[in-house]
Design a protein. Structure first.
Length: 150
């Protein structure tokens, strides 16, 4: 299933319009992420993280030696398989919804992002666990991903 971004307030899921709140609260139902849900614009696509993304995320890590950055936590490229396994385990517990970000201009995965610390009863969560390939930093990708994530 693909959810296309329409505007800052609404998106369509299973034929029904759902609202998105401006104050950082993610307006969603738990079942929305039980299927293979992608969020997309014509420039970027957020797709559910899968073990098949391991090689692409290794390349993302190597693009800028991200594991050496002091201001964020990025796994060493040799630890990507464990990173994915942990993210998918947390997804199965309903507390984390991890994505990879595809730059639709060149077809490359360039980023990770997640809905995390989810509290389904009050429909709240945070956006986090974000890291970019150095070549995608300071580009249109961040803005587009944030809009899709809200």
């Amino acid at each position: 299933m693909v959810i296309s971004y329409f505007d800052h307030k609404t998106f369509k899921h299973s034929g029904q319009w759902r609202s998105i709140l401006y104050n950082g609260v993610i307006a969603m139902n738990q079942d929305i992420f039980s299927t293979h849900t992608s969020l997309q614009t014509h420039q970027v696509q957020l797709s559910p993280l899968q073990i098949e993304h391991e090689n692409a995320l290794i390349e993302v890590c190597k693009d800028g030696r991200l594991w050496e950055l002091e201001y964020t936590l990025v796994p060493h490229y040799s630890q990507i398989k464990d990173y994915i396994a942990k993210a998918l385990e947390q997804k199965s517990l309903g507390i984390h919804v991890p994505f990879v970000v595809l730059n639709q201009r060149n077809g490359r995965i360039v980023r990770t992002t997640s809905f995390r610390d989810l509290i389904w009863e009050v429909r709240r969560g945070q956006i986090g666990y974000i890291w970019y390939a150095e070549s995608a930093q300071c580009s249109h990708i961040n803005t587009r991903c944030k809009l899709l994530s809200l």
